[in-house]
Design a protein around this ligand. Sequence first.
Ligand SMILES: [Zn+2]
Length: 106
Amino acid sequence: MNQEIVKELRVISLRNGAELSVEADRIKDILPKLERGGFIDVNGEIVNAKDIVGIFTPQAMEDIIRRKNGQWKDKKGRWQDKGSRECPTCGNILPWGMRCGNCGGR
Ligand SMILES: [Zn+2]
């Protein structure tokens, strides 16, 4: 059996939209440098501490990007595209500008 150890990752999000993935274990080394400010080395990338927006799990980062792109989560926790909406009558997801195919609601 080929059991690969998957390292847990964190994503450092920068003001300019760049994202740097680092092993979660390394965050504890990076944090004190962040608090000191100035330039820090992240896997060989030199980053200005004040340009860091936050450090997120890959899952949280994906959610942030989806929301930024206008997607939204329905009641069942599924992502829906920008412009789509729930039918007020039956809860069916309607693409932008469409009537409900289930119940004819609008
Ligand atoms: Zn409906």
